[in-house]
Design a protein around this ligand. Structure first.
Ligand SMILES: Nc1ncnc2c1ncn2[C@@H]1O[C@H](COP(=O)(O)OP(=O)(O)OP(=O)(O)O)[C@@H](O)[C@H]1O
Length: 575
């Protein structure tokens, strides 16, 4: 448990002082909570020895009043310090996690970690934020109360004190065993909870496909299966814990009975005076309640430990190194605008790009074409440093992109993906993300260039229309044009474009094409190309197949060869 305290303190960062303050309050509160019984013992003892005076009674009464007031005050302070600290720590932690996620390689998000991130943000952090601080405060107070009561029992008489100590020791041994079981079970429960989150997310994300293939029944069954497994693991957890909690309760009952019997026996044989017997009886029923409460919360500790493990695991994921201090020069001074220099890349162990070398001159267009799975998207992603190359290097104007701060690299590049993502925010804010300090006029201008101004103005709230859940429903082509307006506003010198393969309606396609033409004017363009018109216009075409550049040249040059490119064009001509 002490290890958990120190983990929480480590996590609490600049709020460490608050947490320590809360623990000191918990300590004071546990002492104050026992004071009334101690004062009662003083009264009894004075009464029995006939030493109790009126003034003494008055002082004890005043002390009792002071103790009650002080206890309420300390309790209030403890609560304030704890709960506020929980919320403050996790507000910071969420921001830290957000920043951290932004620096992880894309591979982290595509390897089944979405469920983990959701459960860290939605379950673990909320649990620790809301429960951990008060639980830890309570446990601290229970621990100290147990210790104070034990010391007081020894002060009254060492023999019942010894029984109390033996019970406390035995209880801690049982609690250790209980903890082990709970830890083992907690891991299984968490795995199941991650599976459940994954299943719910994948069901919600894939609902379109599920419906269109009439898989609702089958997929709902899978989801229900996950719900059932979650219920069963929780019930199994409770079942496995019950024998341990029963064992502890029996031990406390036997301990109380033994102390009771021994003290009465001692009093009858003259070994214990009456006020001390009363003292023992006053304390004995309360003696093990802090321990009971302490170990009652033990299962929460294991959940908390497991939650902290997961939060730390996500926070400890290796970020893409971002220590570079070099700057990309605004002019190339002889180097190509972009250069892939003997680049090799592997997703984990699977090498998918082998020794790729090519360069792109400023304001030219390079088209990547080739069979599916050849490596086109991977090349585009390496330029944006979504991953780092395994060997070789990618340079922009002669500077290795790994030597440049990520934020600066991102200023150089705009990406237009097939899958558009708009934030749940106004259209205005979605566009202005491209340049947060842009004037209103610039945003309207970008929207006009991206051929979306007219349809935005036709919406009831115009640019203030909220996109997404509960907001306006836009067509795929409209969303695409808004995302292009965002890129136009950003005005980065390099554009990576993943050309749409899915057919949008002809009207939309021509608008999108016009918007793209505006976007790429005077830019260096790397395009994953599917449309013959685009490919023909390219200054150079790279045919990527099996992770290699199998052909390279202009359309006319490549058509003269009897290779993959010519087949590729012939097939497209047929459609
Ligand atoms: N995140 C990933 N993790 C592991 N392997 C991946 C990942 N993304 C792509 N791959 C693999 O890398 C290889 C190249 O894929 P890539 O997406 O770059 O090809 P592509 O030419 O863009 O294909 P397409 O035209 O179908 O989009 C493929 O074998 C693919 O299975």
């Amino acid at each position: 448990m002490l290890a958990l305290f120190s983990r929480i303190l480590k996590l609490s960062g600049r709020y460490k002082g608050r947490i320590q303050g809360a623990f000191v309050c918990a300590f004071l509160e546990s002492i104050l909570a026992k004071m009334p019984v101690f004062l009662a013992f003083l009264v009894l003892s004075g009464f029995y020895q006939k030493t109790l005076t009126k003034a003494g009674c008055l002082y004890i009464g005043l002390a009792l009043a002071a103790v009650v007031v002080l206890q309420a005050l300390v309790h209030y302070l403890c609560d304030r310090l704890q709960s506020a600290a929980g919320y403050m720590i996790f507000a910071d932690k969420r921001m830290e996690l957000g920043g951290h996620l932004g620096k992880l390689p894309m591979g982290y998000f595509t390897s089944g970690n979405i469920g983990k991130i959701s459960s860290v943000l939605g379950t673990d952090m909320v649990f620790i934020e809301e429960a951990a601080m008060s639980t830890l405060g309570n446990m601290m107070s229970y621990m100290l109360s147990a210790f104070i009561l034990l010391v007081f029992m020894f002060f009254l008489d060492w023999r019942p004190g010894l029984i109390a100590a033996a019970v406390t020791l035995l209880a801690s041994v049982i609690a250790k065993g209980m903890n082990k079981v709970s830890l083992k079970e907690a891991a299984g429960r968490q795995d199941q909870s991650e599976h459940l989150t994954d299943a719910v997310l994948s069901f919600a994300e894939g609902i379109g496909v599920i419906k269109s293939y009439n898989l609702i029944g089958e997929k709902s069954e899978e989801l229900t299966g996950n719900f059932r497994r979650s219920r069963d693991t929780s019930l199994a957890f409770e079942r496995k814990m019950t024998p341990w909690t029963r064992g502890l309760n029996i031990l406390y009952a036997v301990g109380i009975a033994a102390i009771f019997a021994l003290s009465v026996q001692l009093q009858l044989s003259g070994g214990l005076s009456l006020p001390y017997l009363c003292g023992v009886l006053l304390f004995v029923f309360d003696l093990f309640s802090p321990l009971k409460a302490l170990y009652g919360e033990a299962s929460r500790l294991t959940v908390m430990n497991a939650a902290l493990d997961r939060i730390e695991a996500v926070l400890n994921e290796t970020e893409l190194p971002d220590k570079g201090t070099a700057h990309i020069p605004s002019e190339s001074s002889g180097s190509p605008e972009i250069c892939f220099d003997h680049v090799t890349f592997a997703y984990e162990d699977k090498e998918v790009l082998h020794n790729i070398s090519f360069s792109m001159q400023k304001n030219t267009m390079t088209a990547l074409v080739g069979p599916s799975g050849g490596g086109k998207s991977t090349i585009a992603n390496l330029l944006a440093r979504f991953w780092d190359v395994k060997s070789g290097k990618v340079t922009i104007r002669g500077t290795d992109i790994r030597d440049v701060p990520l934020a600066e690299l991102m200023e150089q590049i705009s990406m237009v993906f097939q899958r558009v993502y708009l934030f749940q925010d106004t259209i205005y804010n979605n566009i202005s993300m491209g340049k947060p300090d842009a004037a209103e006029k610039e945003i309207y201008e970008a929207a006009k260039k991206a051929r979306c101004y007219d349809f935005i103005m036709a919406l009831p709230d115009g640019f203030q229309t909220v996109v997404g859940e509960g907001g306006a429903t836009l067509s795929g082509g409209e969303k695409q044009r808004i995302s292009i307006a965002r890129c136009i506003l950003k005005d980065a010198p390099i554009i990576i474009l993943d050309e749409a393969t899915a057919s949008v309606d002809t009207d939309n396609e021509s608008y999108i094409q016009e918007a793209i033409n505006e976007l790429v004017k005077g830019k260096t363009l790397l395009v994953i190309a599917h449309r013959l018109n685009t490919i023909r216009e390219a200054d150079q075409i790279l045919v990527i197949s099996d992770g290699r550049i199998s052909e390279q040249g202009t359309h006319d040059e490549l058509m003269e060869k009897d290779g993959i490119y010519r087949d590729f064009v012939d097939i497209r001509k047929k459609f």
